[in-house]
Design a protein around this ligand. Structure first.
Ligand SMILES: *[C@@H]1O[C@H](CO)[C@@H](O)[C@H](O)[C@H]1NC(C)=O
Ligand SMILES: *[C@@H]1O[C@H](CO)[C@@H](O)[C@H](O)[C@H]1NC(C)=O
Ligand SMILES: *[C@@H]1O[C@H](CO)[C@@H](O)[C@H](O)[C@H]1NC(C)=O
Ligand SMILES: *[C@@H]1O[C@H](CO)[C@@H](O)[C@H](O)[C@H]1NC(C)=O
Ligand SMILES: *[C@@H]1O[C@H](CO)[C@@H](O)[C@H](O)[C@H]1NC(C)=O
Ligand SMILES: *[C@@H]1O[C@H](CO)[C@@H](O)[C@H](O)[C@H]1NC(C)=O
Length: 931
């Protein structure tokens, strides 16, 4: 039962749907909203009033807004003070999100002034909200990668008017959408997201955009927004579907409209809020006009600020590989001014003028450090002792403004240096985590209702002043208090402390006040000496015990013999004598064609020294090392009987295989069929299997990401050749890392192909059991027995995931019993966390974008339905893209978007998207199609 039951479990698990409705992940808060939840009729989004989330400020009606969506009819106003007011939103760590805050004041009363205040995301300054038009909805969007389980959106520091907010939204993003090389240290503040050629002035958002981005119409009226339009600019649209399955996935509706420069130029000028700055910029192109065969549309970007990009020529159809398909070049890092003016101009040999569907520009915002974690934990613990609603401070304890009862130093990251909680109704015992606040200089906890023992605060080496008087603390005063290096003042009056006072406290160096503790008294010296002696004896005893223990339990490691792992070859196999019956003509006849030739069993016995050195086990039998008379090293595969398909079958297969030549396929040198033995002789591959390199503890971890990419490219080319270069098409059926062999130069070749029937035969006559290896097996093929080349694509997707992660396809240890690499990686990659998938052995020596390119195509490969999977050709293109990205990053590994190095690295990315190489078809197939 074992294997098949296990297979069924694995397959069923692979089929089970894992997606839940996206809308449920949306957080939509109607700030100042009064009634209960409601659904907005135009978007279908459900809004929740903020009354349960925000205890401060007051709900205010935004006047003159009865015709605007309900969410803008109320706002929440906050007090004008030196506090900050924060909304805390739950996030999934490492996931990317769009955070959006909107501000619509409504009407300005006669007494009121326009509000101007600060918006923060955690401790990072987001923007200054300055209202000049009370009726306008000010939208602020930030794309973030969550660094923890929550994010705070805070308002503070009003310079005029009151801080207020109308709505707050959180939208999770999938896959590599808006991934940047800098996302651990920079957020992306959206400065412009424009839909060109829009049909109306209304923005496009959910449900047209499943991620609910807001695509502003180019017809929207605003000061200095898309001015300087070139003459001859026309708006075009289509109702045909557009393939948008790339990177940022803009909504189809946005891509269905565009502007074209009929006189050869498109130009625009607009203001970018909060600029000059470094930016991430995206252009979205899709050819939505039907061009005649003799027509071309080629154009250049003319942008004075970016002279180095001006030579890149866009030819949408060519770049996107067809009409009605998105082409999305982007600049990872450009520095732009407040006024952005740009133009696209047609090249002299182009018939049509330039076209633009949409664009996006975001500003890099450096993530500010948060207050040191240990301090946050400690002040949170103290806050929990609050009996009333006194301690309601929110957000980060120090930034942008510190909590009322906390003072912070100006270090990076900020540290808490003072806590002032005199007479604040605190209950319970003093939390022991306070001991981690090693920068604390003053601690005021007097006049509360604290009880319990005095905690261990011996780490507070900076502490100068400590007040715990007028509480109900009990027990002895710990002796370390006397030796805290910085302590100047200690107040413990009016508690119920008892026992001896540590002598150091009475030495006069410290101002020590202890009245009102009836149980406290000065200690006698005799007891103290005994204590020291006792402690020393104790410590010595423990030390002695420990050293004895170490000697006994020291593990004696012995190296396991390396040779032990090589078993002797099965010598009984070789005892057979050569037989005279050959199913196909021997030796010389075939050799004349330059094809593989017949090799006598006796020769093979000599070459392999009677099959002495077994080097592996392939899908069809054991493999032995050999050296032919002419010195050529070979791998000799003895086919298992169970895989035999009859004489004629073997003969045809060998004839077929011997004609397949491709530099990424392991060449067949010869064969032998004697005494029920079927033997294939292949070129020997010095570096063994990819599996060994990825998973073998000895060889493991020698593969850099670039090497892995080249292995992926090589093996994909080999498979592509089997699928499209051969007639009939050959489906490998057992693609896996142990069938990918590495030659002396670490170039990969696919082995074990074509050993089963060819595709055309299989489509009509299907075996009852699916062939393949657990973990690599296409669930669709397993389910319906329909074998296509997309089954190889599925298995290759698993290989790609292995290359990225360095993990095995199935492993109860890694993923649990009914789980595999596909589930594991898919869940992480879909929610945008490719970093957790990456092999730790790569140690950060890779470019994230190149990983993304491969991860996304790998996920497509393991799609449940074969129709959604790409062809090998598309996989090759993706891997080649990744290689280019990776190579570009080799010369300059950029750390921050501010560095000019990152700048030039991006240029190569753009160019790489402009000139995606055509596939390597240099190897013609030698198989005569007459077969
Ligand atoms: C994002 O991923 C989740 C889970 O994988 C899926 O349910 C959702 O539909 C995806 N969203 C979009 C817009 O593709
Ligand atoms: C309102 O929406 C929130 C968030 O979606 C949800 O937690 C809450 O249960 C809803 N309340 C009602 C009354 O449906
Ligand atoms: C708001 O409405 C009031 C009364 O309806 C009107 O007097 C005022 O001019 C309006 N303000 C704006 C900005 O439209
Ligand atoms: C393209 O070909 C069509 C006929 O096939 C012709 O009418 C048209 O003038 C040609 N256009 C150009 C720009 O050469
Ligand atoms: C102080 O603590 C003691 C014992 O822990 C308790 O009996 C006493 O009632 C407390 N006094 C006050 C005023 O809380
Ligand atoms: C201790 O308690 C007494 C009596 O309640 C009070 O007079 C005195 O001021 C207190 N000491 C301090 C330091 O508060």
């Amino acid at each position: 039962m074992g294997l098949s039951a296990f297979l069924v479990i694995v397959i069923l698990a692979a089929l089970s749907p894992s997606s839940i409705s996206q809308v449920q992940d949306f957080v939509s808060i109607d700030c100042g909203g009064t009634a209960g939840n409601y659904t907005d009729p135009s978007t279908g989004l459900e809004w929740t009033p903020d009354s349960g989330l925000m205890a401060f400020g007051r709900s205010t009606a935004a006047l003159n807004s009865t015709d605007s969506p309900r969410v803008y009819q109320t706002r929440r106003d906050f007090p004008v003070d030196d506090q900050k007011y924060c909304y805390t939103l739950r996030t999934e760590e490492r996931r990317r999100y769009l955070v959006r805050a909107t501000f619509r004041y409504g009407d300005l009363g006669t007494e009121e002034t326009f509000p101007k205040f600060q918006l923060y995301l955690d401790t990072t300054k987001w923007t200054t909200v300055a209202v000049y038009d009370a009726g306008r909805v000010y939208v602020e969007e930030m794309i973030i990668r969550a660094s923890s389980g929550s994010v705070d959106v805070c308002l503070c520091c009003a310079t005029t008017g009151v801080p207020f907010i109308s709505s707050l939204e959180l939208r999770p993003l999938n896959l590599s959408i808006y991934a940047t090389n800098f996302e651990d240290s920079f957020f992306l503040e959206v400065a412009a997201r424009v839909n060109f050629g829009a049909l109306t002035a209304d923005a496009i958002r959910y449900p047209d955009d499943p991620y609910d981005r807001i695509w502003e119409s180019d017809l929207a009226k605003r000061q200095n927004f898309l001015v300087g339009v070139a003459p001859g600019t026309e708006r075009i649209n289509t109702s045909r579907d557009i393939n948008v399955r790339t990177r940022e996935c803009p909504p189809v509706k946005v891509m269905q409209t565009a502007v074209v420069g009929t006189e050869g130029t498109l130009s625009y000028r607009l203001n970018l809020e909060d600029f000059p700055a470094n930016a991430r910029a995206y252009a979205y192109f899709a050819e939505i006009e039907d061009l005649d065969a003799n027509e071309t549309r080629k154009f250049r970007l003319i942008e004075p600020q970016l002279p180095e990009y001006n030579n890149a020529v866009v030819n949408i159809i060519e770049n996107a590989n067809g009409s009605y398909t998105l082409y999305e070049p982007s600049y990872m890092n450009v520095s732009l001014d407040f006024v952005l003016s740009f133009a696209f101009r047609k090249t002299s040999d182009s018939i049509r003028g330039p076209l633009l569907n949409a664009m996006e520009i975001s500003r890099y915002v450096e993530v500010a450090p948060k207050t040191s974690n240990q301090d946050v934990t400690a002040v949170e613990a103290i806050r929990m002792m609050s009996a009333g609603t006194v301690l309601t401070d929110q957000g980060d304890p120090c930034l942008p403004v510190s909590w009322e009862w906390v003072s912070c130093g100006s270090t990076t990251p900020p540290r808490v240096i003072k806590i002032s909680l005199s007479g604040k109704d605190l209950k319970g015992s003093i939390p022991s985590v306070l001991n981690d606040m090693d920068q604390l200089t003053e601690l005021w906890l007097d006049g509360n209702m604290l009880s319990g023992y005095f905690p261990d605060l011996s780490n507070l080496r900076a502490l100068r002043i400590l007040h715990v008087e007028n509480n109900n603390l009990t027990g002895p005063l710990p002796s370390y208090l006397g030796v805290l290096p910085s302590l100047l003042e200690l107040h413990v009056e009016n508690n119920t402390f008892s026992g001896d006072i540590p002598a150091d406290l009475l030495s006069g160096k410290i101002k020590f006040m202890y009245g009102g503790n009836s149980g406290l008294h000065k200690r006698s010296d005799r007891r103290r000496i005994w204590l020291i002696v006792g402690a020393s004896v104790g410590i010595l005893a423990v030390l002695a015990l420990l050293s004895v223990g170490v000697m006994f339990f020291l593990p004696c490691r012995r190296k396991k013999s390396f040779l032990q792992s090589f078993k002797k070859g099965d010598s009984t196999r070789t005892s057979s004598k050569p037989s005279a019956a050959y199913s196909i003509p021997r030796g010389n006849h075939l050799r004349e064609d330059g094809l593989s030739h017949y090799i006598a069993l006796a020769d093979l016995e000599v070459a392999t020294e009677r099959f002495a050195k077994k080097i592996g086990r392939g899908s069809f039998g054991s493999v032995f090392y050999g050296r032919m008379k002419d010195g050529k090293e070979v791998a000799v595969k003895i086919m298992d009987d169970s895989s035999s398909n009859g004489h004629q079958q073997f003969a045809t297969e060998v004839a077929l295989l011997s004609r397949i030549h491709h530099r990424n396929l392991v060449p067949l040198i010869g064969f032998c069929e004697e005494e029920h033995q079927r033997i294939l002789v292949y070129e020997f591959m010095h570096n063994g299997t990819l599996r060994d390199h990825l998973h073998d503890p000895v060889k493991q971890k020698q593969l850099s990401w670039l090497t892995r990419l080249k292995i992926a490219e090589d093996s994909a080319k080999g498979l592509e050749y089997l699928h499209t270069g051969c007639n009939p098409t050959i489906i490998h059926r057992d693609v896996k890392t142990s069938n990918i062999l590495l030659d002396v130069n670490m170039r990969a070749k696919v082995s074990d192909f074509g050993l089963s029937r060819q595709a055309d035969e299989d489509l009509t006559h299907i075996s009852s059991v699916a062939r393949g290896t657990v973990g690599y097996l296409d669930p669709e093929y397993y389910g319906n027995q329909q074998l296509t080349e997309k089954s190889d694509v599925y298995s290759f997707g698993v290989v790609l995931l292995e290359l990225i992660s360095g993990r095995k396809p199935v492993s109860a240890e890694d993923y649990g019993a009914d789980y595999n690499i596909v589930h594991w990686a898919r869940a992480l990659i879909r929610r945008g966390d490719v970093v957790s998938v990456v092999d730790p052995a790569l140690g950060g020596t890779y470019k994230l974008e190149s990983i993304w390119r491969v991860a996304e195509v790998a996920l497509q490969c393991v799609e449940q339905y074969s129709s959604s999977r790409p062809r090998m050709q598309e996989i090759i293109v993706a891997v080649q893209d990744a290689i280019k990205i990776e190579n570009a990053s080799e010369e300059n590994r950029a750390v921050s978007p501010g560095s000019s190095k990152a700048h030039s690295a991006r240029k190569t990315l753009l160019t790489s998207f402009l000139e995606v190489e055509s596939p390597d078809l240099s190897n013609d197939c030698y198989i005569p199609s007459a077969r």
